[in-house]
Design a protein around this ligand. Structure first.
Ligand code: FEO
Length: 399
């Protein structure tokens, strides 16, 4: 994609990644892709804000050279040192040796530990400003959105917030860079939530602190380092991030995530009855067969919905292992204080329930009800499952 004018003198110079299968080696993006957005400010002094992963480096540098010569770069602002943004910094340093690298004190340490860079680095302080000519940059420390060294950069004249991971999302750009040109907001908002939960949600408190810190800053464009650039409605993505971050400590939405796994179809059969019961109550319900859905896609639902129903059988005296993994990941992502119920089949002595209760202890999930059945469910057990689903649905609906 050629450079795109964001505001006078400010260009998007990012790249789209449609070949990486796992973001951070963990989260699937094969179908969705991701963009590494970087920006160039062409003024009396020239600045690059954030870089990219070390793919398509030729494309990246060609985009800069469409506007200026690489040797003209005065500053490279590194809001964040994770290699999806700073992966090409050594190459850039070789091509633009005059450029000074600007970041936080913590970024200075990380430049050495990740990239072996010790010279040409200038630490900027929180609130410090830098004049490029017509454009003024202000550096805003936002630690732990996503790593400890993270900051955002605000361009004062055009009111552009370069927010790096904050307000970002998965999804390669499909021709439209701006929210105003995008015809599939649903895709980008869904992928922003998945990105938020996969990558940033553990740091929800710092996200809310950053949003508070920026509350009095007029923002005409939110320019993150992943996904759409928000210029028609910059408040939209900030509001979404604030809402999602609030689910870390406040009750989530009155919906239910039903996660199930089945070895031979008995627990799946019961899942249908339980789902019927929930649906009768008109409560929003997301159902996931965890053996066919990567946990990356399940976590956003667990994060956003207050209710969780777990359907999983006993396996060797314990909870079916893939379900234990999903609950481990929920704990890793600190999805806490949800309301939960469980069902599942067992063959002879059971054991899943005990294991399940141990697993949800650190999550502080409130277990309201559970039931198990031996082998395949009877008609009476199906009826019980339907009533169990309806009871849980009513509970979540009442809040
Ligand atoms: Fe997009 Fe934390 O890197």
């Amino acid at each position: 994609m050629p450079p795109v004018v964001v505001k006078p003198g400010i260009y998007w110079i990012g790249v789209n990644d449609r070949t990486t299968d796992l973001f951070e080696g963990l989260w699937p993006i094969t179908r969705e892709g991701v963009s590494y957005n970087a920006y160039l400010i062409d003024d009396e002094r020239k600045a690059i804000i954030d870089l990219a992963k070390s793919i398509k480096t030729d494309e990246f540098f060609e985009q800069i050279e469409d506007v200026i010569d690489l040797s003209e770069i005065d500053y490279v602002v590194v809001n964040h040192l994770e290699p999806d943004h700073a992966g090409i910094i050594q190459m850039l340093k070789r091509l633009a040796p005059r450029a000074r690298i600007l970041g936080t004190a913590k970024a200075q340490q990380m430049l050495e530990s990740f990239y072996g860079i010790t010279d040409g680095v200038q630490v900027v302080s929180d609130g410090e400003t830098l004049s490029l000519g017509k454009h003024q940059l202000r550096f805003v420390y936002t630690p732990f959105v996503h790593w400890p060294e993270t900051m955002m950069t605000y361009e004062v004249t055009e009111q552009v917030l370069f927010s790096c991971d904050g307000f970002g999302g998965y999804g390669a750009l499909r021709g439209a860079l701006f929210d105003s040109d995008c015809t599939d907001h649903e895709f980008y908002e869904r992928e922003s939530l998945r990105y938020f939960v996969n990558i940033v949600a553990v740091f929800s408190k710092p996200v809310l602190q950053a949003i508070d810190k920026l509350a009095d800053t007029p923002i005409s464009v939110v320019a993150p380092s992943h996904g759409l650039v928000w210029r028609e409605d910059p408040g939209r993505i900030i509001e979404l991030y604030a809402r999602w971050a609030s689910y870390a400590s406040a009750p989530a939405e009155p919906g239910i995530t039903l996660i199930y796994a089945s070895m031979y179809g008995n627990t799946e059969h019961m899942m249908n009855a339980v789902s019927q019961g929930v649906s009768q109550e008109g409560v929003p319900l997301n159902v996931f067969d965890i053996n066919h859905t990567h946990v990356s896609y399940i976590l956003p639902s667990l994060w956003s919905n207050q209710g969780v129903i777990v359907g999983a059988p006993t396996y060797e005296g314990a909870l079916f292992p893939p379900m234990a993994h999903v609950l481990d990941m929920a704990a890793q992502k600190r999805i806490r204080s949800r309301t939960v119920a469980r069902f599942g089949s067992y063959g002879w002595s059971g054991g899943a329930q005990r294991h399940f209760e141990r697993l949800i202890e650190p999550l502080k999930w409130d277990l309201t009800e559970s039931f198990e059945f031996v082998g395949s469910p009877t008609h009476e057990e199906f009826r019980h499952g339907e009533e169990f689903g309806a009871r849980f649905g009513r509970l979540i609906k009442q809040g």
